[in-house]
Design a protein around this ligand. Structure first.
Ligand code: FES
Ligand code: FE2
Length: 466
């Protein structure tokens, strides 16, 4: 297979959002082609809203963080108690980066009242105005404010995340997030704070990495130990550019008994008082103390003492969540009111186009982000972090920690996911591979992602298998 095709040389086809229910395929160029990887910088990353940081990283005026995406580096800075600004990290004189972003760092943070360029000492205030040009008179008046101002990047926030967009003509962030934001707003994730955050470099494309978290279809093959305590049949659905997955049941008569989110009973057929605890404990122990909370685990542990044998699963869940909510309230953690309908619609995990994954609960979320590593299609920067509600003043202090992809550093479940990354990328390179065959029911988030990606890139669209 010759994947080093010139972009635009291939006739573009794609499907509509309603056709995602059909068996589909798409080519592997997007994972492998150096031309494609280079074009992504201009066609995708320079055009989309993308999650760059959490608001909590820059609480004070003058606090900044850098965000690296491909060849671009962006400075995001708080310029007033209620205002953020973002600029390209480049001096208008002769292009020195204003903030050094050495290899081995994952974003640089700090505090500035002004930026002084390390090359010829030009200065910028935090609003991006160039306030000092050494020997300015030599330019005979040509250095206008407009010519020397830092180049702005759009910035906005949602759910406690800072998003940036390099396209000054893009739609608003809210319009971009659309229904995904409406459905997730009740979770009030802006009130959650980092619990931990880790990053690593993988030998695979950023899409290979983020797609590993778009579907629970891989649980049987990758995390077979999880089948002892839970059922993992999943639906997935597209909401415009974004997508969601949730737990599903294979037979119609069981549908009424199931819950689509992580707030659910464990394995069907077991005593739900026991299986709820076993599932929560397993998740906590093997997903790096994330994807649930200690409050939820401890409240689940008491279910056998607090409820009689034979209590139906929905009543067990109701009791468990009520008790956990009381336990949290006692330590100063308020839960938002989320109706069962809102909870059901929000499902298990969201993909926000292009590279953000949020597995949410009422009091926590486990998130992933994958980004290109320069323009190398066979490498990526991968990050995972947990956010949680903490009593005020008890939020942990965190920073990005580089962590090799081992069980020791990430827990059993994530290290199992990581073991597929390079192997999938290697397989994509096989001359015998004929294009992917995503599951039309359970992996629709993946196909919806490629449907939208193809629209941005002008290549790599989906085709019907039949
Ligand atoms: S490159 Fe910044 S002052 Fe010269
Ligand atoms: Fe997984």
């Amino acid at each position: 297979m010759n994947y080093q095709v010139k972009l635009d040389a291939v006739e573009q086809t794609n499907v509509g959002i309603d056709e995602l229910t059909e068996p589909l395929t798409f080519p592997v160029e997007a994972y492998l082609s150096p031309d494609y990887a280079k074009a992504e910088g201009d066609r995708l990353w320079a055009k989309v809203w993308q999650h760059a940081a959490r608001v909590e990283e820059i609480p004070e005026v003058g606090d900044f963080v850098t965000y690296e995406i491909g060849r671009d580096s962006i400075i995001i800075i708080r310029t007033a108690p209620d205002k953020l600004k973002a600029f390209h990290n480049v001096c208008s004189h002769r292009a020195r980066q204003l903030i050094d972003t050495p290899p081995g760092t994952n974003g640089v943070s700090g505090h500035r009242k002004l930026f002084v360029c390390g090359f010829h000492a030009w200065r910028y205030d935090i609003d991006g105005n160039c306030t000092y040009k050494h020997d300015e008179f030599d330019w005979k008046g040509a250095l206008t404010d407009e010519r020397t101002h830092l180049q702005e990047v759009r910035v906005d926030t949602w759910g406690g995340w800072v998003f940036i967009n390099m396209d000054l003509n893009a739609v608003s962030l809210r319009e971009y997030l659309d229904e995904a934001a409406d459905i997730l707003d009740p979770f009030q994730m802006e009130k959650m704070r980092y619990k931990w955050r880790q990053w690593v470099i993988f030998d695979c494309n950023w899409k290979t990495a983020i797609e590993a978290f778009m579907e629970p279809y891989h649980v049987t093959g990758t995390h077979s130990q999880m089948l002892a305590n839970g059922d993992y049949y999943a639906y997935s659905a597209a909401y415009g550019m974004h997508g969601v997955s949730g737990f599903d049941v294979k037979s119609e008569e069981n549908k009424a008994k199931s819950a689509s989110s992580v707030m659910r009973a464990g394995k069907s057929g077991k005593d739900p008082r026991v299986s709820t605890y076993e599932l929560q404990k397993e998740i906590y122990d093997t997903v790096n103390n994330a994807s649930t909370t200690l409050t939820l685990v401890n409240a689940a542990k008491r279910l056998v003492d607090e409820l009689p044998e034979g209590t139906p699963a929905p009543d067990v869940i109701k009791h468990w969540l009520k008790r956990a909510r009381e336990d949290d309230a006692a330590r100063g953690v308020e839960w938002p009111d989320i109706t069962p309908e809102q909870q059901g619609k929000a499902g298990l995990a969201w993909s926000v186009f292009p590279n953000m994954s949020i597995l949410q609960g009422i009091t926590f979320a486990l998130c992933y982000r994958a980004r290109p590593y320069g323009d190398d299609p066979n490498k990526c920067i991968f990050e995972s972090y947990a956010i949680e509600r903490f009593p005020e003043g008890e939020e942990p202090k965190t920073e990005w920690v580089y962590a090799e992809a081992t069980r020791d550093k990430w827990g059993l479940v994530l290290s199992q996911d990581f073991s597929n990354m390079a192997a999938v990328q290697r397989g994509m390179h096989s001359r015998a591979f004929r294009g992917t065959l995503p599951n039309p029911h359970q992996e629709r988030k993946v196909t919806n992602f490629h449907r939208n990606l193809a629209d941005y890139m002008g290549t790599g669209g989906l085709r019907l298998l039949k």
